[in-house]
Design a protein around this ligand. Structure first.
Ligand SMILES: [Zn+2]
Length: 194
């Protein structure tokens, strides 16, 4: 997991947004290989092992878990073009399987709620298996206003987006507003303990 992602991380538990306190045990350059993350609000603990962040609550059934990646500096693939990724400093969230490579990527195992703050990500793509109403609403929450979401054509268009394009395989939409009026609460700056 890339250290830059810490700015976007929030506790995925059902409470107001909160930064996570991070204790780094092992890192290579800006990549965290082993770290512990803790929520100062609810006390939940998450961990990074072998670079993979686990954000699945203990009680969460396997059926609601998924793999996600945060890609920085996406390659010039069709997906990057659809996502409107033109600036190298942007990061995109990919939920499920996508054919894309990035200079840096952060892998995470997620539950139903994404461990990311409102409007912290430039764009998001969901594959067929994960374009559920729950993940689509979560994508609308974490993608910044004006950022794009790409999903299969069979997926319902969520609230809070405007459709930009559609073909027989997928649609591209732009986030117009926060889906449920969520307000980003910046409780405190992220605390990093090396
Ligand atoms: Zn929490």
């Amino acid at each position: 997991m890339h250290r830059d992602l810490l700015d976007s991380l929030r506790c995925p538990a059902a409470h107001e947004e909160s930064w996570l306190v991070v204790m780094v045990h092992d890192a290579v350059d800006a990549t965290l290989l082993r770290a512990d993350l803790a929520c100062p609000v609810c006390g939940a603990e998450y961990e990074v092992r072998d670079g993979l962040a686990q954000f699945v609550a203990a009680a969460e059934p396997a059926s609601t878990q998924a793999s996600a990646r945060i890609m920085h500096d996406l390659d010039l693939s069709r997906l990057a073009a659809l996502l409107g990724m033109t600036e190298s400093t942007q990061s995109a969230l990919l939920i499920g399987a996508h054919d894309a490579t990035g200079v840096q990527q952060a892998s995470m195992q997620i539950g139903e709620r994404l461990p990311l703050g409102a409007g912290t990500i430039a764009a998001a793509a969901l594959d067929e298996a994960h374009a559920t109403p729950t993940y689509l609403a979560e994508a609308v929450r974490v993608v910044r206003q004006g950022g794009r979401i790409v999903a299969p054509a069979t997926a319902p268009l969520p609230d809070g987006v405007r459709e930009l394009a559609r073909d027989e395989t997928e649609w591209v939409a732009e986030v117009t507003a926060r889906a449920s009026g969520l307000i980003e609460l910046r409780r405190r700056a992220p605390e990093i303990i090396d």
